[in-house]
Design a protein around this ligand. Structure first.
Ligand code: HEM
Length: 221
């Protein structure tokens, strides 16, 4: 076997993006997300969305800290990405105590969080969850934040989730992040595992959106 035989066909960052393209489009056009982006979701709906994300990021960041010394995860782990305290601040800013804010049980988010915690023993798969959430926040998340700011006229208030105060240039950070992914030098089987886990992460996101969409009667604006 030559070295080339053992090299993955595409860099990891490309394989992850291409491997999740179809699911990304599906997530963008899911009912809950297209209603949210179209200004058709009320504050209670957004609070329920944030509550789901809270469970996910608690697991992501707790597991990330536990894996911070892992040879793979240590190359990506970066506390400037942490979102949990931003989500808590946003929840405090959006919550009004309305009954509908407890509408969604959040079962799908709990299952997503459980899957992330399971990756404690599977660092290659943890990398996939790290990529799916944080590169998403640094990409489409930026546009989502601007749309919410416009639709809810919040003047930036309650939108800390989308602000990365310690990252001066998001585009540069994303380029460096992709280079770090590609520098992990995963063997083909590991890369296939990572891409499969990105797909798993997208499926969990879809389940969260589908669960939120079952409460649209209370979330319609
Ligand atoms: C309204 C919903 C969404 C919109 C409008 C959106 C938009 C975008 C856009 C425009 C990009 C490309 C940015 C660039 O070229 O740098 C992107 C990338 C990305 N998005 Fe989304 N997105 C949405 C939902 C999601 C969801 C639900 C996830 C998963 C949690 C996600 C994860 C990602 C990831 C991981 C990337 C990086 C792709 C890569 O370059 O490797 N996005 N998104």
């Amino acid at each position: 076997m030559t070295v080339l035989d053992n090299a993955p066909a595409a860099p990891l960052s490309v394989a992850m993006r291409e491997g999740s393209q179809a699911q990304h489009s599906a997530a963008e056009s899911s009912t809950f997300i297209s209603d949210l982006m179209g200004g058709r979701i009320n504050e209670a709906g957004y609070v329920n969305y944030l509550r789901s994300l809270r469970a996910v990021y608690a697991a992501l960041e707790e597991t990330g800290r536990a894996l911070a010394a892992d040879p793979l995860v240590s190359r990506l782990h970066d506390p400037v990405l942490d979102r949990l305290s931003a989500i808590d601040a946003d929840l405090a800013a959006w919550s009004t105590g309305a009954e509908a804010e407890q509408a969604c049980e959040g079962r799908a988010a709990v299952e997503y969080a459980e899957r992330i915690r399971w990756t404690l023993d599977h660092p290659v798969r943890y990398v996939a969850h790290h990529y799916t959430r944080y590169l998403g926040d640094l990409s489409g998340g930026q546009a989502i934040g601007r749309i919410l700011d416009r639709d809810f006229a919040r003047d930036g208030h309650g939108l800390a989730l989308y602000r990365f105060e310690s990252i001066p240039k998001i585009k540069t950070y994303k380029d460096v992040y992709r280079a770090r992914l590609d520098g992990l030098d995963l063997a083909p089987a590991q890369q296939a595992e990572a891409v499969a886990e990105v797909q798993q992460a997208f499926s969990h996101n879809q389940s969260v959106f589908a669960e939120l969409a079952t409460h649209l009667d209370r979330f319609a604006r």
